[in-house]
Each structure stands twice: as structure tokens, then as C-alpha cells.
Design a protein around this ligand. Sequence first.
Ligand SMILES: Cc1cc2nc3c(=O)[nH]c(=O)nc-3n(C[C@H](O)[C@H](O)[C@H](O)COP(=O)(O)OP(=O)(O)OC[C@H]3O[C@@H](n4cnc5c(N)ncnc54)[C@H](O)[C@@H]3O)c2cc1C
Length: 272
Amino acid sequence: MDFSTTKYTEEQEAFRVVVREWMEENAPLELSVPEDGRALDTDTQQLVRKFRRKLGAKGWIAPSWPRHLGGAGLSPSMEVIIQEEFRRMKLPAIGDNRRHINTILVWGTEEQKRRWVIPALRGELLTWQNFGEPGAGADIAGINTRAKAHGDDYLINGTKAMITGRFDPDFLLTLAVTDPDRPRHYNLGVFMVDARSPGVTIGGPTLLVGSERNIYLDNVLVPGDCLIGGLYQGWEICQTILQQERGEVSFRITESGTIDSIQEYLRKERGS
Ligand SMILES: Cc1cc2nc3c(=O)[nH]c(=O)nc-3n(C[C@H](O)[C@H](O)[C@H](O)COP(=O)(O)OP(=O)(O)OC[C@H]3O[C@@H](n4cnc5c(N)ncnc54)[C@H](O)[C@@H]3O)c2cc1C
């Protein structure tokens, strides 16, 4: 009996052939991706970044998004085919969680869209979602990271935990308390923080199940025009992001697979 749930049309299968040929020609095949969640080495990161730019040039970082935003204008089923072909090639995740892009489209100024949306979809930028903290995960409104006004700019201090990423990020979409005296949920702001700013340190545990990191923000100076939305709109902006996370037709360029990597690790290390 055939239990398969997916049947593709001839046109879709023809598209798959095109995608497969392109991947075989362009994807970096000799990547060194440790099975645990360690950060990728510099050479590997460079190879993947180069590949991201090729993908971005084709609009395949967001294949079903409109072309004017940097997508390829394809149907969702074509997007799924691209994703399946990524999986087949066993490529590592290409680093960007992408949810910040929709969020900036909703809440950002035109200038912020120009700075962060188009380059992200061209494969030029990597951004991490920098929300969770050691004492505030499920209860994200309970964060302690603080953004204080400093002239027209902000100084951010705090520690973030369990932030996903194996690449050196370019930006950290950071949630911070902007006024501790305001009521909960009305006291938060969201900032695009340049990850190479003085005071940003990325460290933390190496986990078998993933690539989560701690991020330490020590008096990080963030220009005023990197605030997304209003100074107290962070909670609403979080909802946009988390809605994407839970509800989008999600195209996440695949990882070698958490389950696969755990099995591989156990086979090698434990002989089981
Ligand atoms: C693989 C992975 C990747 C992640 N990547 C990112 C990332 O890229 N960026 C980012 O910002 N964060 C990231 N996180 C953090 C993630 O957002 C938090 O882990 C998540 O919000 C849960 O928080 P916590 O782990 O602190 O658990 P806790 O908040 O400590 O919750 C533990 C348990 O207690 C329950 N609980 C908590 N509070 C209450 C309450 N008030 N009432 C009833 N039950 C409660 C929870 O439901 C849960 O079952 C990642 C986490 C994981 C595991």
C-alpha cells in the first residue's frame, strides 16, 4: 500500500530537476559541520555565506515572497520542493532565522526596510533573535536586559540565553526594558543591535541538541535609528515575531537535522 501523502505534478517534478541540478552545481558539499552544536569554523562560515549570496541572487532565501522584496515569487509548493532538495543535500542551516524580516516589514521605517530586509533576502546579513534570558523564557515580559537613553542613542546591558546560531551574526534583534517604571508589557523596546559593537560577547554552552548560545551585552551603544517601532511597543512587536515562529508557512533552510546529528553522535561516540 502506498502511504505517501504528497503527489507532485509533472511541472513541479520538472522544477525539482532544475533545483537539484542547481544545488549540485552551487552548494558547498565539503563542509565541516560538527555533529554537536559548536559554532562553525571560519572557512565553513565563509563557504556558507558565499552560498547564501548565490541563493539570495535567485530569490531562494524566501522563494515564495514577491520579487520586489527579494523573493522569487514562486508558489508555496515550489518553495517546499526547494526545501526538500536542501534536505536531500544534507546542507547545514544557513544561519538566519528570517523572522525578523517580516517583523521589520510590519514595524520598521522605510529606511530600516532598506537597511535590513533587502540585504537579508540577498543573503548578505545574518540576524539572530535575541530575546530569551536565563530567568525569562516562557515569561518573556520578565526580562531584565535594560536599554537606557543616551542622548539620541541607547546603552544596552544584560544577558541573553539559548539564542540559536552557529554563524557569527551581523545583527541581534534584541528585546530590552526601556522603562522599568512602566507597567509590565508596556515597558519593552526592540532594537537591531550590530553584533560587532563593542560590549557584545557571544559565548555559552555547547549543547548536544542544538547550537544555542549566551549573549552578553555590556554597555552596548545602539544608535537611536536602530529602535524598531515605538519605545514601548516591544511586546506587540514580539507577538509579530512569535506569530511567525509558530504560524508561518515556514521555509527554514534545513539543518543536517537535530535527530540525525544525535543519532550520528551516539553511533560514533558510544557505539550504540
Ligand atoms: C532549541 C532552542 C532554541 C532557542 N532559540 C532561541 C532564540 O533563537 N532566540 C531566543 O530569544 N530564544 C531562544 N530560545 C529560548 C526559548 O524562547 C525559551 O527556551 C522558551 O521561551 C522557554 O523558556 P525557558 O527555557 O526559560 O523555560 P521556562 O520559562 O523556565 O519554563 C519551563 C517550564 O515552566 C513552564 N512555565 C513557565 N512559566 C510558567 C507560568 N507562569 N505558569 C505556568 N507554567 C509556566 C513552561 O511552560 C515550561 O514548561 C530557544 C530555546 C530552545 C530550547
